[in-house]
Every structure is written in C-alpha cells, then in structure tokens.
Design a protein around this ligand. Sequence first.
Ligand code: LIP
Length: 281
Amino acid sequence: MADLWQNAMDHAVAAARRAGEVVREALQDDRKVMTKSSSVDLVTQTDQKVEQLIIQSVKEKFPTHRFIGEESVAAGEACVLTDEPTWIIDPIDGTTNFVHAFPFVAVSVGFSVNKQVEFGVVYSCLEDKMFTARRGRGAFCNGEPLQVSQQEDIRQSIIATEFGSSRDTETVDRIFTSLRNIVSIPIHGVRGAGTAAINMCMVASGCVEAYYEIGIHIWDVAAGSLIVSEAGGVLMDVEGGAVDLMSRRIVAANSRTIAESIVKEIDSFSPARDDAPTLGQ
Ligand code: LIP
C-alpha cells in the first residue's frame, strides 16, 4: 500500500501544478463571478474547471477512489468521508483572492484512507510554492523540510484567522468577540492570507504561531492539517479536544500551549457540519 499512496501523492503534486497553471492563465482574463451559500461565498468557472480537471485525471489512474470536491458538493453531491481512499479537493482555496487578484491562491488536495489523511498537497500557485506532507514522513515546501515556530508564549505570537463567508449578525459578533479577546491578550499581531490552506502552510513554515477559524470546510483544511502536524504542529477543536474535519472548526498551532491559549479566548459556535444531510452548501 505504501508505494500506491506514494504514486497517488506524485499524481496529486503533478495535478496541483497543472491546476496552478490554469489558475494563473485565468487571472489574465475577466473572471465571471457567481455566488453560493451567501453573497460573499464566491465561485468562478475556473474553480469548477480545475476541480473537474483534477478529478478526471485521478479517475483515469485510480478508478475506484472516491472524491469530496468543493464544487461537486456545491452542485449537490454528498459530502461523505468513508474508509475508502478519498481525494478531498479544493480547486481554488482563496476564491475571493482569485476574483480580486489578491496574490494568495491555493490548490488543495488531501487524500484520506480509513478517515485518516495520508498525504496533503497545497500548491500556492502565485508564489509557486508546493507544500507537501505524507503521514509520518514530514512536511516540505518545494522539497525543503518545514518546522513550526518554537515560540510558546502567545504574547510573542502572530495568529492567523479569517472572517469567513457568513454575514449573519450573531456569527459576525462571535467572530469579533474571539478576535478582540485574542488581540487583547495581547499578541504581536493578526494576519490572514484569505485562504485556510495557505494560513495552515504558514503555521507549518513557522511564520505564524497558529491559525484558527470556524466556518471552514473539510476541503479547505484536509491537506493543510497534515502539513501542520507533519511540521511538528498540533490540531485542536475550538473548544479543545480532537479536531473533526467535518465539524467546520479548527485550531492549527505550533504547540499545545499556544492552541490551548487560543481555545480559552474563542467564543465558539457550531455551523452545520459538512456531512449534515441537508447542507447542500
Ligand atoms: C475559503 C477559505 C477562507 C475562509 C472561507 C472559505 P474558498 O475557501 O479558505 O480562509 O475564510 O470561509 O472557506 O471558498 O476560497 O475555497
């Protein structure tokens, strides 16, 4: 099996690189913007095209494998994680960035077997950075090993987060309460690249101590979660305890100490799970 997953990972890296070329070319053209769950949850034809390109290429090589793809779920496919080999795909993580040509856009491909992520590939296509991790074998950026920051004092930290795509007043209030609590610890600063996958790669790279968000989806974080843990980081639910990739909540940190300091400050809530039968995005 080990070799088979290596083949699959090599395929994911090649597919992500090709997808990145499509994304870069599409940035030269006008981008027709559509919306999904809210007026600020954006999608373009490039998201849909890239997802199909990746899925078709995987199907040719691994015909029995299953998929969870952001745009396929948006089109009505079920979001179900089984024990079968499953490719978890976000064709463009940072679609809002892509629409505005804000220069952080990622292709994110996670691969899970027995509900455990075996490898993760995040291609930051405008920076041309290929982040990879395989379970038990470390995390890399363009082939160079990654290591999380060794800083354990939250007061000396930069924390990444995002505002998500809900504009429901209660949700926005909770997001700002958490942010106010965390900023006032005080910490050195808050950053957000506009993509969960790249935020997590920044944790893995050691340039931010942690990333947290409520409202993300499994395709935003599946690949990044392994990249963080293989770089020596920890994953936690926003209320502490183990992270559940379907729960739409995550803290990804360089250490348990920093993760727990963040958890203490979060005004948590529970969006509809990705695997809720009625979600339909
Ligand atoms: C986006 C994330 C972003 C998050 C949004 C959304 P998309 O993914 O990466 O960080 O705040 O809620 O999930 O829609 O660009 O793939």
